[in-house]
Design a protein around this ligand. Structure first.
Ligand code: NAD
Length: 400
């Protein structure tokens, strides 16, 4: 934007007056003007940056690999991003590719089959690759993308094993490229607010942190087969959330697990898990996981400290309550991850694109996801061997 005239936004005085009135309004105290109140946030930005010249309008060329449940969600978020140009989608299932192409009228996007994946690495216009394939395929695509000097957004987990993850991070470091492992829950506005309020000391010293993560609907057995098992597919989200909020890694874990669903038992996997972890500060974490809750996608977080408690309960898609002569009923909680974490998916994509545009490090650090992988492995070992595990003192030194 060097020599050109600044693009001055013609600031409407009426809007300015409205904004000032709003700031002073008793009806709308400032604390209620939330970052998600897009219209109000817009006015605030105009107020602050009305005459600013933006240098972060660079359009990022993107390729998406895998248009399944999560790939489709990211595609939708990327389509509405002001600075993203989707250049390629790679998908093994022709019907899914056709549906997406027609549904969104994506005439300018090139759809590729898996054996044409190399095309995205050869195209210099691709700045970033979104890896949304089944878990066991992540590492291969991440390595190829990094070798081709592309930034990487990869669904969790980055690879099926610790060494594979390490390899990805070393390569990203070597080429100085952002790599983002999509622990979306960190971008959920409620969980993020809890993290910030815990850090501010509002509830004092943390004694207990509890998460409840029950899936809905039950994923297909084809998915579960290649998922890496409940500890590495589901548990990692909760382990990451807990460690992120406490800002420390555990010193011991103790886990119980069971399979109520015969098909899951036949895979030597579990559908119901409870994990307890103790941290150096004395805090105790309790994680409750299930592959299926019939009443919806149940995601709760509670942090209990010496000065009080912060919690985030089930989120409902609407706020409607039915009152009758016998009682009152709420609508059910969100049905699946797509609706429950819709905002988190938006915000994580926004964060990643910002990192690519502005050459920033992502918020999800290599040492954190590597430690989470190790912790999930200890948790699984505890369940399978029916043992309490003291984590070796220097277990996370390689990560720190
Ligand atoms: N962060 C989250 O909330 C979240 C939610 C769901 C899934 N995930 C993760 O996302 C990944 C994908 O999960 P999903 O539920 O979307 O699975 P899915 O099975 O619905 O989708 C995977 C897609 O990849 C396609 N595919 C398979 N091989 C391919 C190849 N070689 N090239 C291109 N496409 C190929 C499949 O046809 C399918 O459409 C998993 O690693 C999972 O752990 C994360």
């Amino acid at each position: 934007m060097a020599d050109s005239q600044p693009a001055v936004i013609n600031f409407d005085l009426k809007i300015k007056k409205y904004f000032n009135d709003l700031k002073g309004s008793k009806l709308l105290p400032k604390r209620l003007v939330h970052e998600n109140d897009v219209g109000l946030e817009f006015l605030r930005k105009v107020e602050k940056n009305g005459n600013k010249v933006y240098d972060d309008n660079k359009v990022i060329g993107v390729a998406i690999i895998g248009l399944g449940r999560i790939g489709f969600i990211h595609l939708e978020k990327l389509l509405s991003h002001r600075n993203v140009n989707i250049l390629y989608c790679v998908e093994a299932d022709k019907r899914k590719a056709n549906f997406v192409e027609c549904r969104y009228n994506l005439a300018s996007v090139r759809f590729l089959t898996p054996d044409e994946e190399h095309v995205i690495y050869e195209d210099p216009n691709v700045d970033a690759v979104f890896v949304c394939t089944p878990t066991e395929m992540h590492e291969k695509s991440v390595i190829k993308a990094l070798e081709a000097k592309k930034a990487v957004f990869c669904e969790k987990p980055l690879a099926t094993c610790y060494e594979g993850m390490k390899k990805c991070y070393s390569l990203a470091k070597k080429h100085n490229l952002p790599i983002f492992c999509a622990f979306n829950r960190r971008f959920d506005p409620s969980f993020r607010q809890i993290k910030e309020r815990v850090a501010s000391g509002e509830i004092g010293k943390i004694h207990v942190i509890k998460t409840c993560s029950r899936d809905s609907p039950l994923p297909s057995m084809d998915y579960i087969k290649t998922s890496g098992g409940i500890f590495h597919d589901c548990g990692v989200h909760d382990i990451d959330l807990v460690c992120w909020i406490l800002n420390e890694f555990p010193i011991s874990v103790c886990t119980q697990a069971h399979s109520f669903i015969p098909e899951i038992a036949a895979l030597n996997d579990f559908d119901t898990v409870s994990i307890t972890m103790k941290f150096p500060s004395g805090a105790i974490a309790i994680i409750d996981l299930s592959r299926l809750a019939v009443y919806g996608y149940d995601q709760r977080l509670e942090v209990f400290g010496s000065n009080g408690m912060l919690c985030s309960n089930g989120v409902t898609p609407t706020a409607v309550v039915h009152h009758s002569g016998t009682g009152a009923t709420n609508v059910p909680i969100c049905y699946s991850f797509a609706s429950r974490y819709s905002e988190a998916y938006n915000l994580e994509v926004e964060h990643f694109i910002d990192c690519v545009q502005n050459e920033k490090e992502t918020e999800i650090k290599d040492y954190q996801t590597l430690a989470v992988k190790k912790i999930a492995t200890y948790c699984e070992e505890s369940a399978r061997k029916h043992t309490f595990i003291d984590i070796p003192k220097h277990a996370f030194e390689a990560e720190l």
